[in-house]
Design a protein around this ligand. Structure first.
Ligand SMILES: Cc1cc2nc3c(=O)[nH]c(=O)nc-3n(C[C@H](O)[C@H](O)[C@H](O)COP(=O)(O)OP(=O)(O)OC[C@H]3O[C@@H](n4cnc5c(N)ncnc54)[C@H](O)[C@@H]3O)c2cc1C
Ligand SMILES: NC(=O)c1ccc[n+]([C@@H]2O[C@H](COP(=O)([O-])OP(=O)(O)OC[C@H]3O[C@@H](n4cnc5c(N)ncnc54)[C@H](OP(=O)(O)O)[C@@H]3O)[C@@H](O)[C@H]2O)c1
Length: 514
């Protein structure tokens, strides 16, 4: 058998392999216990068998095979290291927050009215809400700073479950997590929460859309994420929870009533919606149209193959290397670039006969008037390693999450939160008079993804450019990780006494997003 093609870095690693082999094997063996404790959905017995195979084939192995074997355990070891680092980060955060609370109790804290210096955070999703959490719990109690969060949404939108809850009925409320839990317990007066949208940003202040208020800032964090013109199933595009739930139900009803549904775009959102829809309604015709030669083309081959097989297993029809170029609601057809017309009766009444999962754009408009130089050709915000925006005249302006230009192959919530932690620490440092020294660099774990392939199956995938690792998972809960997300955000799943939206507000368009 021919050795597999290897990257240039592979040869060096092969030479180093012999020296670190023993230590790594020891690390893996002793870490199995940790893995058992820290993973829930990994097929551990299968993993153990693979590990056994790896260890036994070591004796026989030709050198290429040894090196190939070596990559996967290295990736596993990295996973374990990552878990340890994450746990340690949370412990450090909890200890620091407890110390701040303790000092505030004994020595008192600066009154809200005396907190005259603002750290303004624009957008409170994975990135912005995490910055707010860290900074609010870490500022010294006597600090003159306060955190001002500006966010138009009534609730945190848990994007991970949007594709699922646009298909499966009865769980829409679970995608909307009440705000507050992450900043609860911070000293009084540290947080000001403003439900509004930032319309424009100047070098010294932000202007709000609804109230027209101008808020001065000492530090500014742009965490405005991504936008999707078509809205669900990728983004809610409604600021009020109840309006959002209504929109999800409309899609569920549309799919339920349709005979044929066309899903456009074979990225993660498209694959998840298509497989869920076919799993729930096996008699419907579900067609996935994707522009590239494989679905999930941003990822490695084993995930592409797994997604393709998952679609085939359920009977989703996949059309590759084609694009939807037109839809005719009257005729009930969508037209592909190749000229093929597909009859499609999903959601006809609203003039749409397809589900669009065609991707998202960075929501950077808000800074366009502040610094043209900082906007990249893709519309992202260029940032330095410290996540200050790439404009030396604006050292106190940071950007993080989906809106920031990062080399991450798969921008996701973990990347957003990792960047948020860097921004938060830099602001804390600068607020103490220091220079921001924390930096963000993309690394292998940024590419990790868990992809559902039907109602009860998923794959968790990681690739580091050399080797790929994938675990099959069984999903016990149709609600996926919603309950965990509520708990992680300091809320009891799924308790929410949110009032009904004021019909006048809905009518006046106040509950609509972009
Ligand atoms: C369907 C779907 C499923 C996903 N599943 C996963 C998953 O399983 N795992 C994973 O890790 N990642 C997943 N992702 C990716 C993840 O959701 C994003 O990477 C993440 O949401 C980025 O967070 P963010 O805070 O940067 O931005 P966003 O989540 O886009 O949030 C931006 C926030 O800014 C606010 N905002 C925007 N403009 C303004 C303004 N002018 N003024 C004030 N506020 C403003 C918005 O209201 C919003 O709350 C998924 C994405 C999608 C679309
Ligand atoms: N489980 C998860 O973790 C999860 C779930 C959902 C989303 N996400 C994340 O959220 C982000 C957005 O995901 P996404 O799936 O919405 O977008 P995406 O990854 O950008 O995929 C959308 C795909 O649709 C294709 N496309 C666009 N227009 C088309 C057309 N008219 N006809 C056919 N194909 C078309 C695009 O290809 P072209 O480039 O050729 O236009 C693109 O590859 C990603 O970062 C993703 O990883 C994660």
């Amino acid at each position: 058998m021919e050795p597999p093609t290897r990257s240039p870095g592979g040869a060096t690693r092969c030479r180093r392999a012999e020296h670190v082999r023993q230590q790594l094997i020891y690390l893996i063996a002793s870490s199995l216990k940790v893995l058992q404790l820290t993973t829930t959905e990994v097929a551990l017995p299968k993993f153990c068998r693979r590990l056994q195979y790896f260890l036994s084939s070591e004796a026989a192995g030709a050198s290429w095979r040894f090196c190939n074997m070596f990559d996967k355990p290295a990736l596993i070891a990295k996973f374990i290291g990552l878990t340890v680092v994450l746990i340690w980060g949370e412990i450090k955060f909890a200890l620091r927050a407890a110390w701040v609370r303790h000092r505030a109790r004994w020595l008192g804290a600066t009154a809200a009215s005396d907190r005259t210096r603002n750290i303004v955070i624009v957008g409170a999703s994975f990135a912005g809400y995490h910055v707010a959490r860290i900074v609010a719990h870490s500022l010294p109690p006597k600090s003159p700073y306060r955190v001002v969060v500006v966010e138009p949404n009534s609730h945190f939108h848990f994007t991970w479950v949007l594709p699922r809850f646009c298909v499966v009925k009865g769980h829409e409320n679970k995608a909307f997590i009440p705000y507050g839990g992450n900043v609860a317990g911070a000293p009084d007066g540290v947080i000001r929460w403003v439900r509004d949208r930032v319309e424009s940003v100047s070098p010294a202040s932000v202007r709000l859309q609804e109230s027209d208020e101008e808020i001065p800032y000492d530090f500014l964090v742009i965490a405005t994420g991504s936008k999707v013109k078509g809205g669900l199933p990728s983004r809610v595009n409604a600021t009020d929870r109840n309006e959002g739930m209504k929109r999800m139900r409309a899609i569920q009803d549309g799919i339920e009533a349709a005979k044929t549904v066309v899903v456009v775009g074979g990225g993660a959102a498209g694959v998840e919606v298509a497989t869920d829809a076919k799993d729930l309604y096996p008699d419907k015709r579900i067609i996935l149209v994707h522009s590239r030669s494989t679905v999930m083309h941003r990822f490695g081959k084993i995930l592409q193959d797994a997604a393709q097989k998952g679609l085939e297993r359920l009977g989703v029809e996949v059309i590759l290397e084609n694009r939807v170029v037109n839809e005719d609601a009257e005729a009930g057809t969508v037209t592909l670039r190749c000229g093929l017309e597909i009859p499609c009766d999903y959601y006809l009444r609203n003039g749409i006969c397809q589900i669009n999962c065609t991707g998202q754009q960075p929501a950077s408009d808000v800074v366009s008037g502040l610094s043209e130089a900082a906007i990249s050709s893709t519309g992202h915000i260029n940032v330095k390693d410290t996540l200050q925006i790439a404009d030396d005249d604006l050292p106190n302006v940071y950007a993080c999450g989906d809106v920031a230009e990062s080399e991450a192959p798969n921008p996701n919530a973990r990347v957003a939160m990792r960047q948020a932690a860097v921004v938060a620490e830099n602001i804390l440092q600068a607020a103490r008079g220091g220079r921001p020294t924390h930096t963000y660099k993309t690394y292998w774990a940024d590419g990790v993804i868990k992809l559902t392939l039907g109602l009860d199956r998923s794959v968790s995938y990681s690739g580091d450019g050399v080797s790929e690792l994938m675990f099959n998972g069984k999903e016990k809960e149709v609600t996926l990780m919603a309950a965990m997300a509520w708990s992680r955000m300091g809320q009891k799943p799924y308790e929410d006494n949110y009032h009904e939206a004021d019909p006048e507000d809905v009518e006046a368009g106040k509950t609509e997003g972009t």
